[in-house]
Write a protein that binds this ligand. Structure first.
Ligand code: GDP
Ligand code: IMO
Ligand code: MG
Length: 436
């Protein structure tokens, strides 16, 4: 197998960073294909915690090529901060940036806030990283790409037009004053361009060469299926194709090259941001899971909403991504509960729904139907680490029954089970790049 996509199957923060970091040890190349600094991917390696917003999660290994694909939107300031902070830890990432990726500019941040406020109850609770406005400009063919940023004359011309347009929109539509002058932005971004230039290369050509040499390529999803602009819970979603199809368009790899699509599944549900969440828990159980798991957003620090695992979401995810394997995370976090529940289907005005409805208004009316399972014992830090070493059979039998039920319901085999945040806190049933 040489091309593997890792996607979030739920509402984000499933633990994609950890799973990609694990697989990256066997890969030659890791490619981020969508999103921007709205993502927050955590890796725990040798006792140290890294939080990547832009950087592909292969960055901690030397000798791997890390690519920011054409499908991403780049906040140069944030990306440079990440590169600098890695350098301070003694890591010089081998990073290549697509000239086709789009640049997030100061007016995108202002518009992100202003648009959210205007939307009122329809606001998605964005990360305020300028993502929606930047992708809107891309779709309207008003965007500024990395290649434009590196061409000082072209950047100046484009910025001149955009500054006029956006200042008027900010004032006219939202009654705000855009304080940054064209000159200020130009000077600041010219400085960023100088620093980013050495990283910018023709990623499509580089990926093409890697494909023809049968190199092992890992495509790292950001956000998740329920946040996909087409397949997610519109409008409470992000602005890019976060699902496996986005891995093709966001990197320049055709669908026939993809061998495996691994869906990361947190063994319960979590969500930052707004919109209906059918299995949400508002009780002490939800609070206890949030506290035990430290469930606070990696990017914004917001408390994550917690709910029971939702199978209609996973069934839908299995279909739209073409999942070939599941990577479970946080079995340890859900431990210690007397009983745990899984939503098997929704009750929609008396009708049974086994998959996800298209309209959020319908989802709001869906009532989850649950199957109850006995909980499993918390083995404690050292106990979970020991289980990771000993393997699947050493897991509590109730936990195995829980996971086997999910895998059977969605008809996708289990590849990995996470039992802790660190790289080695995982039981691997199938390795995607090795034939284990
Ligand atoms: P991502 O956005 O999908 O990469 O996920 P985040 O990094 O935002 O959030 C996942 C959180 O869960 C991080 O704090 C990870 O360190 C942590 N994590 C991942 N897998 C496991 C696991 O199996 N057990 C525990 N306890 N934590 C995990
Ligand atoms: P990772 O990659 C969780 C959510 C926001 C909001 C909606 C739109 O770490 O899983 P945006 O800023 O993209 O316009 O916000 O999407 N969101 C995420 N939630 N994890 C993420 O990324 C997210 N990226 C965006 O909370 O509801
Ligand atoms: Mg995250």
């Amino acid at each position: 197998m040489s091309v593997v996509v890792v996607v979030g199957t739920q509402w984000g923060d499933e633990g994609k960073g950890k799973v990609v970091d694990y697989y990256a040890s066997q890969a030659d190349m890791v490619i981020r294909y969508c999103g921007g600094a709205n993502a927050g991917h955590t890796i725990v390696s040798q006792g140290k915690k890294y939080k990547f917003h832009h950087m592909p999660s292969g960055a901690l290994y030397s000798g791997k090529t890390n690519i920011m694909g054409n499908g991403t939107v780049i906040d140069p300031k944030k990306l440079l901060e990440e590169i600098d902070s890695l350098k301070q830890s003694g890591i010089t990432p081998n990073l290549i940036i697509s000239p086709r990726a789009h640049v997030v500019l100061p007016y995108h941040f202002v518009l992100d806030g202003a648009e959210e406020e205007k939307k009122g109850a329809m606001a998605a609770g964005t990360t305020k990283r300028g993502i929606g406005p930047c992708y809107s400009d891309k779709a309207a063919r008003f965007g500024i790409r990395i290649s434009d940023l590196l061409n000082s004359k072209l950047f100046k011309e484009k910025l001149h037009t955009m500054h006029q347009v956006k200042s008027r929109i900010i004032e006219g539509a939202y009654g705000m004053h855009f304080t940054q002058t064209e000159e200020q932005i130009f000077l600041q971004y010219a400085e960023y361009a100088k620093r980013l230039a050495p990283f910018v290369k023709d990623t499509t050509g580089i990926i093409g060469a890697a494909l023809s040499k049968k190199r092992k390529i890992l495509l790292e999803g950001a956000q998740a299926t329920m946040l996909d602009i087409d397949h997610g819970m519109y409008p409470f979603c992000t602005s890019s194709n976060t699902t496996a199809g986005g891995a093709c368009t966001g990197s320049g790899i055709g669908p026939t090259a993809i061998n495996e699509v691994v869906g990361v599944v947190k063994v319960y549900t979590s969500r930052v941001g707004s919109g209906p969440l059918p299995t949400e828990l508002f009780d002490a159980v939800g609070n206890s899971i949030r506290d035990k798991g430290g469930e606070y957003g990696t990017t914004t620090g917001r408390p994550r909403r917690i709910g029971w695992l939702d199978i209609p979401t996973l069934r839908y995810s299995a279909q739209v991504n073409g999942l070939t394997g599941l990577a479970f995370t946080r079995l340890d976090t859900l431990s210690g509960q007397k009983k745990v529940k899984i939503c098997t289907h929704y009750d929609f005005d008396g009708e049974k729904l086994f998959t996800f409805p298209a309209s959020y208004a319908d989802l709001e009316r869906c009532k989850p139907a649950y199957k109850e399972f006995p909980g499993w014992e918390d083995l404690g830090d050292s106990g979970w680490k020991a289980a990771a070493k000993k393997g699947y059979k050493s897991l509590p039998k109730e936990a195995r029954a829980y996971l086997e039920f999910i895998s059977k319901e969605v008809n996708v085999p289990t590849y990995i089970i996470g039992v802790g945040p660190a790289r080695d806190d995982a039981i691997v049933l199938k390795d995607v790049f090795r034939s284990k």
